[in-house]
Every structure is written in structure tokens, then in C-alpha cells.
Design a protein around this ligand. Structure first.
Ligand SMILES: [Zn+2]
Length: 46
């Protein structure tokens, strides 16, 4: 069961990186991958 915050689209993004150095965002609660192009949900983005 997903956390309610994830259901409503409020994920807990954490910075991750692949072994080749590509950085991306992943939700630490549900495991969703972020595209890295959207404003950080906790940074005041719409
Ligand atoms: Zn999530």
C-alpha cells in the first residue's frame, strides 16, 4: 500500500545516482523514479 502522500503526488524525493554517474530522483517511500525536470515538490514548486 502506498503512502497517502505518494497517492496524492507528494513524493519524498531523494537524490540517487547510477554507477555511471547519471543523477536522478527516486521516492524513498514508494520507489517512483522522478524525471529530474520538475520542480522539487518541497521547494515551493506548483
Ligand atoms: Zn512516492
Amino acid at each position: 500500500m502506498k503512502a497517502l502522500t505518494c497517492v496524492v503526488g507528494w513524493h519524498k524525493w531523494v537524490r540517487r545516482s547510477t554507477p555511471d554517474g547519471t543523477r536522478y530522483l527516486r521516492c524513498s517511500r514508494c520507489g517512483k523514479d522522478g524525471d529530474g525536470n520538475r520542480p522539487h515538490p518541497l521547494a515551493g514548486g506548483a
